[in-house]
Design a protein around this ligand. Structure first.
Ligand SMILES: [Fe+2]
Ligand SMILES: [Fe+2]
Length: 241
């Protein structure tokens, strides 16, 4: 089941709920003169995701395709999207471009340096590398400066078919999800290192107004506080390993 919601001006959340695993996979379309797709979704999701995007913009007009780290839900259908949008280019961390996309992507990617900004017209996307947060050497987060939205990938993961955007504290949901992960086959999903908290503090310092999550509701409110709470939860759940 796919639902589409405009969570901020020109920012659309396309959510696919997979009942069997009780998890949402969220993609974001940013409508601008150079439209940007954030998270491609998995290859098998492509036909339905493409149809959902076509209700917002002409998918062939997508100019930028971005994501946090190399994983099936983040960029599995990258090449399908590159084919569907002939002028599009993948944009990710420098490490991601060098290590993964230089080979995987059907066209050369654009790797972004620390805090480098991509201007799509009205909107500005600042790229922040976050190695091993949530996971993967190539991981990064993207901050849209105009709407103050942090595209935070697997951070703030929540189970369930959740509302698109909430102003209620999601910390308990996130703790429950990470504890559940730790007790099953997907344990150790996020490494907890000496850099985890400084990276989260760096994201908190951006003072986002919205956290755009891949799994679960996006959160609108005191995101600086939410990121500090997430650091506490990650320490509780992963810190003692
Ligand atoms: Fe991931
Ligand atoms: Fe994910």
């Amino acid at each position: 089941m796919i639902t589409t919601t405009e969570i901020a001006p020109d920012i659309y959340r396309i959510s696919t709920y997979i009942k069997e695993i009780d998890l949402q996979f969220n993609q974001f379309i940013i409508k601008d003169s150079e439209p940007l797709l954030y998270h491609t979704g998995m290859r098998r999701m492509f036909p339905l995701a493409h149809e959902a995007v076509s209700k917002i913009i002409d998918p062939s007009h997508i100019r930028w395709i971005s994501f946090s780290h190399f994983e099936a839900d983040e960029c599995g259908s990258l090449n399908e999207w590159l084919e569907a949008a002939p002028l599009s280019q993948a944009v990710c961390s420098t490490v991601g471009a060098l290590v993964n996309l230089s080979d995987y992507a059907s066209r050369p990617p654009r790797g972004m340096a620390v805090d480098e900004v991509l201007n799509t017209g009205k909107y500005r996307f600042c790229f922040r590398p976050t190695p091993h947060l949530p996971h993967g050497w190539d991981a990064g987060m993207t901050f849209e400066e105009t709407n103050r939205i942090l595209f935070c990938s697997d951070l703030f993961l929540q189970y369930g078919n959740r509302e698109a955007l909430t102003e209620s504290d999601v910390t308990d949901r996130v703790r429950d999800a990470l504890v559940k992960y730790q007790s099953g086959p997907l344990k150790d999903s996020m490494p907890y290192t000496s850099k985890t908290e400084p990276l989260l503090q760096g994201l908190a310092a951006l003072k986002p107004k919205i956290l755009a999550t891949m799994h679960g509701s996006s959160f609108q409110g005191d995101c600086e506080h939410a990121l500090y709470e997430l650091a506490q939860v990650m320490r509780e759940v992963f810190g003692g390993r």
